[in-house]
Design a protein around this ligand. Structure first.
Ligand code: GLA
Length: 781
């Protein structure tokens, strides 16, 4: 609900409210974002100014005690005394840069407008309400619109801004952020998710103390270096309690967020497109809209915030036919065969995949042009007939005949120097003519800022997507930007405007995606950029899921997937079971743990099923059967990170709270810590749940020579006898099976069977060595 009384704007969601005030000077003073408060007027909340401290700037003769440097503002600019991080920066025709945006008028309406060429959140007129406050610069003919969209039920408010040049001369826009919140104090921490390839989403907590903390990238994509999602939390905030603010950006290019402590102890948090490597000529009458920033507040700690973000992403970002559809269990050919594919090999894998219950067979890289490694053929999107004589149609028919859907990998934004595409159109590659160019993965980026290149990509992909019964597309992007340049002339005046290249690239990409997604609504698109190098809300506005990381090692995935879970729901996170030793870490992790971890994402298999033993195939078949019964809970339930002193613990509860799944993951075992309690969350306290696990069996080899303490005959570790016994005899694992109240599971926790510590193994003891895991199911009676 949005209202304005006595100059106070109140934006209310179910549990939060956001307040700001139109000061007599025309500046918008930020009052509050957090728990719901009711106020009749501004008096108690307004900043009091009786004198100016020391050498501070006095705003004007008429308002001589107003010091903008020490005021919580809705937006800020340089030149009138506020020297903190500016929200907007413009160079006017005369070269001056002082801006002073003052309230002009406002408008409130149900629903939400689209942002023309940028993706943004969506909702029906019942779900979202909009406030637009229009400000005018005191010294020029620039207008600034501040957009606020209020999603009441999910406790989210989104913001964007639009600069309109109403003057008759051009100006240079140097920055326009999307959201700014000035907190009255700085007793907060900034929580960011930095990382790298194969090491995405490492959570970092830094107290806001003085100066600036920055979360940003210049990779040209939202990047695995610094995900645009971040939080501002109270210093004492935990998973369950305390203040927590979450921010994200519906944009896939360079982003920038800052938490700046002012000399007066206030905290400015601002987020938007990165002003570095950006500038844009804005001719008379032209306007620029900043990407949409997402904000949410919870007093119920990180979990409360995550649930709000998850609901928002699922309901108001992800769209199309797949939004609420359970995602198929897929097989991906990459780690099974890399570039070495043939129809025979793929058919072999497909038969095995079908036999274990896979629903979607995905052909990854290697199928087009002369592609035999990563040095050639990107840009040549025609099938390699030597590898696939029947083409994509032939292969997809074979896959369909087996009873699976067929999907394909593409990397449309790229071109290799060794390709027909580059030989024909070298000018389409992003590089500075006549200058040395730096490549990534032997490839160059196509200049999507140019319409003809967009048309080429749309046309090439249209042909690929229609060349067989293709139901899934993995859209990859495997390098970051280096030498920026486009020969295209962007500005109306015909001047070169290289400063806007990165932004125009992203607009080009969005146009391509918009077109293709509309033309192929039945296709399930999965975004990918060397794993999670472009995991953001812009991509999720077109593709309902993203491949989270090229690292498929389950132990690494514990932190990667947990990192994503703070801001993104499990229904958008691709996660696969792969072979061991793992191809990225060479770590050996039990099959069950690989499966248990991948379930907390969208389960797929990316391993050589042809080489898998009969036992493993049987195990995989059981896993997939089990997952299909529970995937509705995993994909669309409420996810909990459960703090635990000894193990990593996760849980998902369906929205009705009738079915839940919880897991414990052992990283390194600690000797003589036999007792473990599984504590759940989110269940109905007085509901009775059947709590159980699916017992597993153990290989006798796990015990090595220790088996001799129980065996009547001596068994040498590594001997043929041991192999033989292991083949025909397995040890029963422990069983948990009880009926208990939700209150017991959540408030006390279930005392699990004792863990093995070197002695006394039987079928009531949990073998819980390094990298083990267990999953427990909970079903209301
Ligand atoms: C990227 C992706 C991988 C795989 C390869 C193929 O690295 O992230 O999953 O598709 O490209 O070249």
């Amino acid at each position: 609900m949005i209202s304005c009384h006595n100059g106070v704007f109140t934006l209310k969601t179910k549990n939060t409210c956001y307040l700001f005030f139109r000061r007599p000077s025309g500046h918008l003073e930020h009052f509050h974002y957090g728990e719901i408060i009711d106020t009749d007027g501004p008096d108690a909340l307004m900043q009091k100014n009786e004198f100016l401290p020391g050498n501070a700037i006095s705003y004007s003769k008429e308002d001589s005690r107003l010091n903008l440097e020490n005021l919580c503002l809705e937006m800020s600019s340089l030149g009138k005394g506020d020297i903190r991080e500016p929200f907007i920066g413009v160079t006017l025709e005369d070269g001056s840069e002082s801006l002073d945006f003052l309230y002009d008028h406002h408008e409130i309406y149900q629903g939400k407008n689209d942002y023309e060429s940028l993706p943004s959140s969506y909702g029906s007129t019942d779900e979202v309400e909009t406030l637009v406050v229009t400000l005018k610069d005191r010294n020029s003919d620039l207008k600034l619109e501040l957009f606020y969209h209020v999603y009441e039920t999910v406790d989210v408010i989104t913001r964007s801004s639009r600069l309109i040049n109403c003057s008759d001369s051009s100006v240079i826009l140097k920055r326009l952020l999307s959201a700014q919140i000035d907190f009255p104090h700085h007793h907060y921490s900034m929580v960011t998710f930095h990382g790298a390839w194969a090491r995405e989403m490492e959570k970092t907590v830094q107290p806001c103390q003085s100066g600036k903390l920055v979360n940003s990238t210049l990779a040209g994509v939202s990047s695995n270096r610094a995900n645009p999602f971040f939080m501002i939390s109270g210093r004492e905030t935990t998973e369950e309690h305390g203040d927590c603010y979450g921010f994200n950006l519906v944009y896939s290019g360079n982003h920038y967020s800052v938490a700046e402590v002012s000399p007066y102890g206030k905290l400015r948090v601002a987020a938007g497109m990165n002003p570095e490597r950006f500038s844009m000529n804005l001719g008379p009458g032209e306007a620029f809209q900043s990407p949409e920033a997402v904000m949410s507040y919870s007093k119920e700690g990180f979990t409360g915030l995550s649930h709000q973000m998850h609901d928002f992403v699922r309901r108001h970002i992800v769209r199309g036919q797949w939004q609420w559809k359970q995602r198929p269990v897929l097989f991906n050919s990459w780690e099974a065969s890399y570039f070495k594919i043939s129809e025979k090999k793929l058919s072999g894998l497909a038969k095995k995949a079908k036999a274990v219950g896979i629903e979607l067979f995905v052909l990854d890289d290697g199928w087009f042009g002369e592609r035999k490694n990563d040095e050639s053929s990107l840009g040549d999107w025609h099938v390699n007939k030597k590898k696939l004589p029947g083409g994509l149609r032939g292969l997809s028919e074979k896959i369909n005949a087996l009873g699976m859907d067929f999907g394909i990998w593409v990397e449309p934004e790229m071109v290799n120097e060794d390709s027909e595409c580059y030989r024909r159109h070298p000018e389409w590659a992003v590089r500075i003519p006549e200058k040395h160019h730096s490549e990534g993965r032997n490839q160059m980026i196509l200049d999507l800022s140019r319409q003809e290149v967009q048309e080429y990509v749309i046309d090439a992909m249209r042909k690929v997507f229609s060349s067989g019964n293709i139901r899934y597309v993995k859209w990859d992007m495997n390098r970051i930007f280096s030498d920026h340049f486009s020969p295209a002339r962007f500005s109306a005046s015909g001047e070169m405007d290289q400063g806007s290249f990165s932004y125009r690239y992203i607009l080009g990409l969005y146009r391509i995606l918009e077109t293709l997604v509309a033309e192929f609504p039945h296709i399930l698109f999965e975004g990918c950029a060397s794993g999670g190098n472009r995991f953001d809300l812009g991509i999720l506005s077109y593709m309902p899921q993203i491949w989270a990381s090229d690292n498929t090692d389950a132990i690494s995935r514990l932190s990667i997937q947990e990192g994503y879970s703070y801001g993104y729901p499990l229904s958008v996170i691709g996660a696969h079971v792969s072979d061991c030793p793992n191809h990225q870490t060479l770590r050996n992790v039990p099959e069950k743990t690989r499966y248990h971890v991948a379930c907390y994402g969208l389960l797929g298999y990316e391993c050589n099923l042809e080489d898998a033993s009969k036992e493993r195939l049987k195990e995989i078949k059981e896993e997939i059967r089990e997952y299909k019964k529970w995937r509705g809970v995993y994909q669309f339930g409420d996810f909990y990170r459960i703090p635990h002193p000894d193990v990593k613990s996760w849980m998902v509860v369906d929205k009705e709270k009738k079915r839940a799944v919880g897991s414990i993951f052992q990283t390194l075992m600690k000797a003589n810590r036999p007792d473990l309690i599984f504590r759940g969350k989110g269940l109905i306290p007085d509901e009775t749940y059947h709590f159980y696990n699916i017992p597993i069996t153990h290989n006798v080899k796990t015990f090595g020579s220790l088996i001799n303490t129980a065996s009547p005959v001596h068994i040498r570790d590594g001997s043929l006898t041991q192999d033989l016994i292991a083949k025909f005899y397995r040890l029963e694992g422990e069983k948990e099976d009880c009926r208990i109240r939700g209150s017991v599971i959540c408030h006390r926790g279930v005392s699990l069977k004792q863990a093995f510590i070197g002695t006394g193994f039987n079928e009531h003891v949990r073998l819980f060595q390094d990298f083990s895991s267990r999953t427990y199911y909970m079903e209301a009676d």
